[in-house]
Structure formats: structure tokens, C-alpha cells
Write a protein that binds this ligand. Structure first.
Ligand SMILES: *Cc1c(COP(=O)(O)O)cnc(C)c1O
Length: 354
């Protein structure tokens, strides 16, 4: 496939100045990648200026939520720009798309999109440790009619945001015993906007109580731990690493998978299993569970300092704990090029002259 680079896109890149303060996900790169699906096939991709989308008010995405997304990062190390395991994001987005009856973006089109964005935005990628270009590919159903059927027209976009490290800090989690974010057999293992919409009410309630994030339980049994709204959950018990096994209502994080690989390499005992919430709270209380953390692309590894259950608070002995710190450093060292890429996770991007 060929990629069309609009001259207006190059002009907007030339006229762009990176603001002093970046934050996370608030400053947008001045270009975006777009491809359209019509009559059963994908168009070539093109790089265009960043700007509002023209959507028909009856577009299916606005009513029936045919939309899924990805989150990933490009890292700059001197003049080198690299992506972290982008083929895993491509595969996961195809999985999410299929669940919503949307045509998967082909791996080559997906990689064209993220590579083109990283290549043309290379100069906008901040290069201090923890900083990166956060890349957000997404797919929407655009056919304008209100019948409840799958859209026949789609648009795939990739936008990007030069970002500072996302500091979640020490997180206090509220155990959500009432609501569920996604059902088993539903969209729990797909990265879709609807799951996030379903998580927002819980978050607004817990903020009033002084917590930072919800800890979601399995929507089927309501007593084993699933994950956070956008991060996977880990606990350290007697020095061994435990994380909930993938069960259909947990999103399979690429950071989760990488952490498991790095933990095994460090010689840690690793358990993917069902973690009963009441057992976990007892182990936190007795100190057997000494630390817990969450992981995801944006915040990398974030320590958990407290679990709140109704009126009771359970404090973790160590936050941040030594296991979380070691794993965070091991992962960042590979992503930022200080350590050998022994698992073949990094992919170089040819930087565009513009
Ligand atoms: C994106 C996401 C994660 C983290 O996945 P990574 O690939 O590690 O960024 C975890 N849980 C949910 C619900 C998510 O949407």
C-alpha cells in the first residue's frame, strides 16, 4: 500500500511549536493518519493536518458505539525513534474490532499508520526519561442510518500526543463491589470506549471518598480481582508475583505480558491465577502481601498504597515496593534503549525528513 502525504500536513508540521509544558495526552501533534473502509475494502492511508472530523449526526458510532482504540508509545533516543511491540497492538485492535462486528484494520495498514505518525512527528518526541509520543489509533463506524446493524463504512485514524511521564503516584484503590465495567462474553477483553464509559460513575463516587481508581471484580463471580479501568493488577506475596489469569473480562495488557516475561527473567516466581478479594485483603492485613501495583502503557508501573473496602482501609506495607521498582526499571531500560533488547520488542522507525 502507498501512503499519501498531503502537503498541508507537512506545512502544519513546519508551523508547529512544542509548548513548554506537555502533560499527558493534552498536546496533540498537528497531523493525523487516516484510512477509509468502503465497499468491502480499505483505502490507502494518508497523512493529513490534525483537525475536527466531519461526521453525520446519524453515524453509527455516535449511537451504537462501534468504536475501538489502542494506546502505545514511540520513544526517542538521540536521533533514533522506536516503537514497543506494535504488532501486539495491531493484533489486539483487530480482536476488538471483530468483537464489535467491525472490519479489522489489517496489520500492515495499522503499522503504516503508527510508523507514519512516529516518522513525521519524530522532532516532536520529547526525549527525557519517561517522556514519549503517546499514539492513539482508533476505528469508528461512520455509516449514517439508525438501523441497528453493523456499519458498512468505517474510518481509521491515528493521532498522537507528545507527552510527559504519566505520574499516577501512589494509588489508593477502591474495591468496586456494586458496578461492573464489562461482562464476561461481552466486551471485557476488547479495548472499547464503552468499557471506559461504564467505569466513569464508579470513579466519580470514589473520588469523593478520597480514592484514585476503582479495582474491578469479576462481573461473573463478583469476588475475584479483575483489573483497574485501564491498567492490569499485580500483587507480591511472599516474594512471588501474582496477577489475575486472563478470563474474558480482563484486557490483555501488553505491559502485563512484558512484566511477566521480565519477572521470570529476574528469577521471580510468577502466578497467573484467580485472586479472591477477601483472601487478598487478609494477606495485605497480615503483611504477606507486601506490595501491589498496576501496569499499562501510559503509567508503566504504578504502586498501590491502599485498598479501600467500604469503610475499611487496608494499607500495603511497601509503596513503592522493591519488586515494582525493579520491574519498572527493567522495562523502561529496554524501552529507552539503555538495556539490550533481548526479547526483540523494539522496532526502529525510519525518521522522515520534513
Ligand atoms: C489498555 C488497557 C490496559 C493496559 O494495556 P497495555 O497494553 O499494557 O497498555 C489494561 N486494562 C484495560 C481495561 C485497558 O483498556
Amino acid at each position: 500500500m502507498s501512503i499519501k502525504i498531503q502537503p498541508e500536513a507537512i506545512a502544519s508540521l513546519r508551523g508547529f511549536e512544542l509548548p513548554e509544558r506537555l502533560g499527558f495526552g493534552t498536546v496533540m501533534a498537528p497531523v493525523m493518519f487516516r484510512a477509509r473502509f468502503q465497499d468491502g475494502r480499505w483505502s490507502d492511508g494518508e497523512l493529513i493536518p490534525y483537525g475536527p472530523l466531519a461526521l453525520d449526526p446519524a453515524a453509527k458510532v455516535l449511537h451504537y458505539a462501534q468504536t475501538c482504540f489502542e494506546g502505545m508509545k514511540a520513544y526517542r533516543n538521540g536521533s533514533r525513534v522506536r516503537l514497543f511491540r506494535p504488532e501486539r497492538n495491531a493484533a489486539r485492535m483487530a480482536h476488538s474490532a471483530r468483537r464489535l462486528c467491525m472490519p479489522p484494520v489489517t496489520e500492515s495498514l495499522f503499522l503504516d499508520g503508527v510508523r507514519t505518525m512516529a516518522a513525521y512527528c519524530a522532532n516532536l518526541i520529547p526525549a527525557s526519561s519517561g517522556e514519549s509520543l503517546y499514539i492513539r489509533p482508533f476505528l469508528i463506524g461512520t455509516q449514517p442510518d439508525l438501523s441497528v446493524t453493523a456499519s458498512r463504512a468505517y474510518e481509521f485514524y491515528v493521532i498522537a500526543s507528545p507527552s510527559e511521564a504519566y505520574h499516577a503516584g501512589n494509588m489508593r484503590l477502591w474495591i468496586e463491589r456494586e458496578d461492573s465495567r464489562a461482562a464476561v462474553g461481552g466486551t471485557g477483553d476488547a479495548k472499547v470506549g464503552g468499557n471506559y464509559a461504564a467505569s466513569l460513575l464508579s470513579v466519580s463516587r470514589l473520588k469523593e471518598r478520597g480514592y484514585d481508581q476503582s479495582l474491578w471484580l469479576n462481573p461473573g463471580n463478583r469476588h475475584t480481582v479483575d483489573e483497574l479501568s485501564g491498567m492490569n493488577f499485580f500483587a507480591v506475596m511472599d516474594g512471588a508475583l501474582h496477577t489475575p489469569a486472563l478470563n474474558g473480562s480482563i484486557l490483555e495488557g501488553i505491559t502485563r505480558d512484558s512484566i511477566l516475561t521480565l519477572a521470570r527473567e529476574l528469577g521471580l516466581e510468577v502466578h497467573e491465577r484467580d485472586i479472591d478479594i477477601d483472601d487478598l485483603l487478609k494477606l495485605v492485613e497480615s503483611g504477606t502481601c507486601s506490595e501491589a501495583f498496576a501496569c499499562g502503557t501510559a503509567a508503566i508501573v504504578s504502586p498501590i498504597s491502599e485498598l479501600g473496602d467500604d469503610e475499611r482501609r487496608y494499607r500495603l506495607k511497601q509503596a513503592p515496593g522493591p519488586v515494582a521498582e525493579r520491574l519498572r526499571a527493567a522495562l523502561l531500560d529496554i524501552q529507552e534503549g539503555r538495556a539490550d533488547d533481548r526479547f526483540g520488542w523494539m522496532q526502529a522507525v525510519d525518521v522522515a525528513e520534513n
